[in-house]
Design a protein around this ligand. Structure first.
Ligand code: MV4
Length: 446
C-alpha cells in the first residue's frame, strides 16, 4: 500500500479523499493556494505545501509546483479529486516519469475520452449505443447539410474537445447551418485550440442517466448502478439521485452489463462514469468521465461501497474488494449540491460564513469543507457542501431530505438551500418526471 498520498485538490473533495486515506492508515499531504491557507483540507492533512497564489492556473493547475510538492514531501501517489488536473493526461505522464502513482485511469484512456470524436467512435466500436450523427469530423457546411438531411432537424454541432456542455450549437434548419458551423468551430478553436466539430441528431427532452463503474488492474470491473442527474441548470448539476425512477431492474442490468463489458474490452482501470442521454426507453452514449465525480456519494450510499478507498486500493494494485454478485443495492439516495450562490439567480455569493451547522441524524451525510469563520473565496467554484441523504425508499428519502435541509444553518452568505426546499415540494420532482430541460421551464414559469 502507499505510504503517503498527496491530494491535488481543495474543498470538499480534498476533505473526502483525506478521510479515506486516514482510515486506511496512509499519510496525507495537502496542497493549497495562498487563498486557502485556512482551509479545512490544510488543517486535516498530516502536512501541507503552499503551491502558489489564489489563481487556479498558478496553484491547483500548476503541474511543476505540484510535482515539486510530491518530491519535497516524499508522496508516493497523487489523488486528483475532480476538476483541476483530474483528466489531464499530460499530468499523469509527468507523474509516471517521476515514479509517482496517479490514483486514476491510464493516461491513454483519459486522452481517448477527452477527444469526444474518438470517444464516440470507440464507444460505438465497443457496442455501446450512440446518438445518430456524422461519422467523425465535419469539415464544411456542405458535408454538414448532407448529414443533417439524413438525420432530420434539429441537429447539434459539438466540439471534439468540448464536453460538459461547452462548445455546442443547436441547428434547427438548413439555412442556419453555414453560420452555426462557423460559430461552433471558431469557438472550439478559441476555447480548446482544436476546431474539430461533429454533428448529432439533437435529442429534445432526454434524461441524463450515468453509470458508475470501477475496475482493478486485473480486468475486473463492477458497476454501482445508475444516477439520474437530470435536475440541472446550464450544465451545472443541482440534484442527483439513485436509483432513477425511470429505470427498472431489467433496463439497469442491460445497460450496466453492456457498459462494464465494453470497459473490460478496453482494459479500463480505476473509477469512471459513462454518461448517457435517455429518451423513449433508449440509452445513447454521450461521454465518459475518467475521474471520481462530485455525485459519487449517492452510489456509495445505496451499494454500501467506498469508491475512494477502492480507488486507492486498485491504484496500489490490489484486487477490487468485491465482485458484482456481492454488491447489493439497497434503498434510495439523493444529493443536493449546496452552492454559495443566490438561490434565485445562481450568481456567486462569496464571503464569510458567520455560523455553520450541518444536519445529522439517521441517513444524513454532509461532505463539506465548511466551518464557522471560514471565508469563501471568489476564486474557485461555489460548491461548499453536498447534502446526501439515504433511506429505504424514495418517498422516505425525500422526507428525510426536507428535514435535513430545514436543519442546515449557513449564515453570512447566500446559499442554494432555499432553492432545494422549493424544488423538492414540486409535483414533477415528487413523481420523478423531470428531464434535463425541466428546471429551465420551471424557472420561466415561476
Ligand atoms: C446533447 C443534447 C441533446 N442531443 N446531444 C450537454 C453536455 C454535453 N456532454 C452534451 N450535452 C448535451 N448533448 C444531443 N445529441 C443535450 C445536451 C445537454 C445536456 C445533457 C445532459 C445534461 C444536461 C444538458 C444540458 C444541456 C444540453
Amino acid at each position: 500500500m502507499f505510504e503517503k498520498v498527496l491530494i491535488a485538490n481543495r474543498g470538499e473533495i480534498a476533505v473526502r479523499v483525506l478521510r479515506a486515506c486516514k482510515e486506511m492508515g496512509i499519510q496525507t499531504v495537502a496542497i493549497y493556494s495562498s487563498a486557502d491557507k485556512n482551509a479545512m483540507h490544510v488543517k486535516l492533512a498530516d502536512e501541507s505545501v503552499c503551491i502558489g497564489p489564489a489563481s487556479s492556473l498558478k496553484s491547483y493547475l500548476n503541474i511543476p509546483a505540484i510535482i515539486s510538492a510530491c518530491e519535497v514531501s516524499g508522496a508516493d501517489a497523487v489523488h486528483p479529486g475532480y476538476g483541476f488536473l483530474s483528466e489531464n493526461f499530460g499530468f499523469v505522464e509527468k507523474l509516471e516519469a517521476h515514479n509517482i502513482k496517479f490514483i486514476g485511469p491510464k493516461s491513454e484512456h483519459i486522452k481517448m475520452m477527452g477527444d469526444k470524436i474518438l470517444a464516440k467512435e470507440s464507444a460505438r466500436n465497443l457496442g455501446l449505443p450512440t446518438i445518430p450523427g456524422s461519422s467523425g469530423e465535419i469539415k464544411n457546411a456542405k458535408e454538414a447539410i448532407t448529414v443533417a438531411n439524413e438525420l432530420g432537424y434539429p441537429v447539434i454541432i459539438k466540439a471534439s474537445s468540448g464536453g460538459g456542455g461547452r462548445g455546442m450549437v443547436k441547428v434547427f434548419r438548413k439555412e442556419d447551418m453555414d453560420e452555426s458551423l462557423k460559430k461552433a468551430s471558431t469557438e472550439a478553436e478559441k476555447s480548446f485550440n482544436d476546431g474539430r466539430v461533429y454533428i448529432e441528431k439533437y435529442l429534445q427532452n432526454p434524461k441524463h442517466i450515468e453509470i458508475q463503474i470501477i475496475g482493478d488492474e486485473y480486468n475486473n470491473i463492477v458497476h454501482l448502478g445508475e444516477r439520474d442527474c437530470s435536475m440541472q441548470r446550464r450544465n451545472q448539476k443541482l440534484i442527483e439521485e439513485t436509483p432513477s425512477v425511470v429505470i427498472d431492474d431489467d433496463k439497469r442490468n442491460e445497460i450496466c452489463n453492456l457498459t462494464i463489458n465494453s470497459l473490460k474490452t478496453m482494459g479500463y482501470c480505476n473509477a469512471g462514469t459513462v454518461e448517457y442521454l435517455y429518451e423513449n426507453g433508449n440509452f445513447y452514449f454521450m461521454e465518459m468521465n475518467t475521474r471520481l465525480q462530485v455525485e459519487h456519494p449517492v452510489s456509495e450510499e445505496i451499494y454500501n461501497f467506498d469508491l475512494v478507498k477502492e480507488q486507492i486500493n486498485v491504484a496500489a494494485k490490489y484486487k477490487l474488494s468485491s465482485d458484482q454478485k456481492k454488491l447489493k443495492r439497497n434503498g434510495h439516495s439523493i444529493e443536493c449540491r449546496i452552492n454559495a450562490e443566490d438561490p434565485n439567480t445562481f450568481t456567486p455569493s462569496p464571503g464569510l460564513i458567520k455560523n455553520y451547522h450541518a444536519p445529522s441524524g439517521p441517513g444524513v451525510r454532509v461532505d463539506s469543507n465548511c466551518y464557522s469563520g471560514l471565508e469563501i473565496s471568489p476564486y474557485y467554484d461555489s460548491l461548499i457542501a453536498k447534502l446526501i441523504v439515504y433511506d429505504i425508499d424514495r418517498n422516505s428519502c425525500i422526507q428525510r431530505l426536507k428535514r435535513a435541509l430545514d436543519e442546515f444553518v449557513i449564515d453570512g452568505i447566500k446559499t442554494t438551500i432555499p432553492f432545494f426546499q422549493e424544488i423538492i415540494t414540486q409535483k414533477d420532482f415528487l413523481n420523478g418526471s423531470y428531464d434535463i430541460n425541466w428546471l429551465e421551464k420551471y424557472k420561466e414559469a415561476n
